[in-house]
Design a protein around this ligand. Structure first.
Ligand code: ZN
Length: 132
């Protein structure tokens, strides 16, 4: 398993971590198989989506904010960050990508995003490869 540390800079943001994941893939030596990237946090997620137009992830953040407001009178969680937990679950905490010839088989418009919902913080991603 390979651990990579990253720092988020905003309260909520989609951080393109494709190059960080490619770095981990290079360290793993994997040529053919699958790469799993896992976020070991409860207020951050991971997703794969468009890497070309930054308005896509901006729109996604705006939609998530509308779907899950930060404050709501029904929230009971004492830490006060229920919205961050909810958004993390909506995005999911892992992604799996096929690897062939030592390269991630992402589509040309796809990027891997770390989804911060309660930053800024230092965060970790875990990468595990399966194959040879
Ligand atoms: Zn909490």
């Amino acid at each position: 398993m390979i651990t990579k540390i990253l720092s988020t800079t905003k309260h909520s943001q989609f951080l393109n971590i494709t190059s960080l994941v490619m770095e981990a893939l290079g360290e793993s030596g994997l040529k053919s198989g699958t790469l799993n990237v896992f976020v070991s946090h409860t207020t951050a997620g991971i997703t794969i989506n468009e890497n070309a137009d930054p308005n896509v992830t901006r729109d996604m953040l705006n939609i998530l904010d509308r779907m899950v407001p930060w404050d709501h009178p029904d929230y009971k969680h004492s830490e006060g960050n229920t919205a961050a937990h909810m958004k993390a679950s909506l995005m999911g905490n892992s992604a799996q990508i096929i690897v062939e010839e030592g390269r991630l088989q992402l589509g040309i418009w796809q990027g891997i995003y770390f989804c911060e919902f309660d930053g800024p913080r230092e965060r970790k991603i875990r990468v595990k490869v399966v194959g040879k």
